[in-house]
Ligand binder design. Sequence first.
Ligand code: GCW
Length: 816
Amino acid sequence: MKPGKTGLLACLLLTSSLHAETGAAAWLRYAPLNEAASRPYRDSLPPVVTSLGGSLAASAQQELIRGIRGMLGRTERIGQVSALLTERAIVLGTLGSLPPQLSLTANLPPDAYWLKTLNGYTIVTAQNDRGVLYGVFALLRKIALGEPVQNLDDRQSPRAPIRWVNQWDNLDGSIERGYGGRSIFWENRQARPDLTRVGDYGRLLASLGINGCSITNVNADPRVLASDFIAQVVRVAAAFRPWGVRVSLAVDFGSPQTIGGLDTFDPLDPRVAAWWKAKADELYQAIPDFAGFLLKADSEGRVGPSAYGRTHADAANVVARALKPHGGMLFYRGFVYDHHMDWQNPRNDRARAAYENFQPLDRQFDDNAFVQIKNGPIDFQVREPASPLFGALPKTRQAVELQITQEYLGQARHQVFLVPMWKQTLDFEIGAPVKTLVSAFAGVANVGLDDNWFSNHLSQANLYGFGRLAWNPDLSARRIAEEFVGQAFSLPARDSETLTGMLLSSWRTYENYTGPLGLQTLTDITGNHYGVNVEASERNGWGQWHFADAHGVGMDRTVATGTGYIGQYPPAVARIYESLETCPDDLLLFLHHVPYTYKLHSGKTVIQSIYDSHYEGAAAVESYVREWKSLEGHIDERRYHDVLAQLEYQAGQAELWRDAVDNWFLRASGIADAQRRVGHYPGRFEAESLSLEGYTVTPVTPWEAASGGQAVACAAAQCAASLRYQGPSGWYTLRVRYFDQDNGISRFQVRVANQLVDEWAAADRLPTSKIDASSSARHIIAGIALRPGDVIRIEGVPDGGEAAALDYIEVVPNGN
Ligand code: GCW
């Protein structure tokens, strides 16, 4: 190619990247710095990069060149070690490989790095190759964030030696609780032919210091250990290896029987031990840097040691001992509970299960067996206290399990930044802060093939935040949010602050419009875990009860009168939780049952606080939409519009949650909202009260998922619902609430006085085929002039199983 052409191409690439970013680069965009910002780096960074070798040297060197090229617009020359004496350089290498004139000594743990300026050289060094790679990413991060690099002397060590992500990927390519598309690893029960995205993922992980990934679902397919499957794992491991990410497999405890052909999987049977050992040997033969196994046993229908009356320690150790000679680790999930619990027995409590199952086994686990504990005692709810198990295993190695994928937190359709929530657990004092008690961090990430990994650009902040906390749990949520925003977007300072603020308040916001005061998420517990369904958690064996009735709400977990759960905490914590005087409002209903009229520390009654927080939460999401709009022009168009659409949708869902939960509690308690909002919706016209052509009224389950408990659905080829407007003339906004099921693409048209004013298709990918809260959606038509007597007519054309169903239309004056 002629030089002229190359220049043109580069120029085109640059302009087009301003207009459309897919989000694939996440926080590794290396966006160009402006002239003033880049000058200090140009002056201080040597023009040459010299690598002293090592297994990850190619990745480290290429990344450095790529990052500097992107941000500073210049290409570092690759230098020779022999020229080091005469040329200033950025030197990449382990402490042991540094030449005498640049020799540095330090006692660094594995994976730590040291960035050091010495005699005009910029040295990126570490104890091991991974540390050098992490040092390169750290150096680039400093540049991206505008931090000085001229007189470097920065040593950073990871708090925990094991920092890994778990993927719940099935071999058929689906991902359990994954919202970002299909598996980057598997399709048709094989590794995908093209594993490019695995390498890209490895790079993202390495940039955060994440050094391992479990690549199969914990609801494990026995096939992952079949001998003729190992070649598939080998390929994935190879794709990750250049980034220092080791793979592990989530395995089925019944494997010695199901694929080993034994007549038992009893952990104390020597044949079973021999089988695990042979299997580990076979895997390590093929993958010498294999990380180990993850095991979910005796939980949610998985087989486990209970089949033979053995303990979790017996189960963990038989597998751990097979891995031990190879340096492998076993992660045994503490998520063990009975999901057929009798809800009528007030002493039963799922929250107690992890502690009861594992606390008595402290000391019995081998040193390469970790108990992997979810942050809270239930299951990744919007707010839970820290699991008491963290304080109860002083002689056992512990991993904390955090959920990056937003299973109960809006499933990547809601913007919820989870770092503030995680920090509550990590900082929680349970004898000592939880973050000091764990030696491994596991994050359930579940990225998929979608361009931006999660299908929501802002959800990337959670993977970023997990990685940063796993490295340094002392970082503040604000610092992490600022780092993410600073790298993933290139915004003027004021706009960065706007976006940072949105992230930081989003967990509280989500909690406010879903389940505040420790109610938990109030979602469809037995179904998709997405839309609102207040009673789904009650009266079944899953044990996520909140016991709301006509008189009060909350689960009594006290020692005095309740399930005794609070007694699992050390006395200093238990005292605070046990007493209503000291129990924090945020956890009140998780720990106590109180009447609706009970006064919180905030001074409000429980019921009024439920009402108010839902209005606050919904209003906050509306403000996110406005705030995001204020960033227009500073964000590439694609990501700008993607996030705007996501936030507008979220605002509609938040409003639905607000009305559903508030109405449910109004009906249950019989206590009116002091502000008269709940149950009063000026300008709202229920679809079932409109004049209907073809549409038939249908009850909605649960009733709170639709305004008035009913919707209208169309079983004909086309239906219509009309309203004769009787209010004053003026400008209005119409808000149509309809149902977007996943089994068809209905079309809607809205006519005002016979004039078509808008049309749309119900084509979103929402997780339900039913007319319920998960499919409820909102379409807004602003700027409509209405005169008294105008007919507003909504026409729906159903498609497939989708019924073009409508809930209501709101006529809101002045475009409010
Ligand atoms: O929260 C539940 C999820 C299951 C998951 C389980 C677990 C992989 O709903 O989908 O199974 O937790 O963590 O094992």
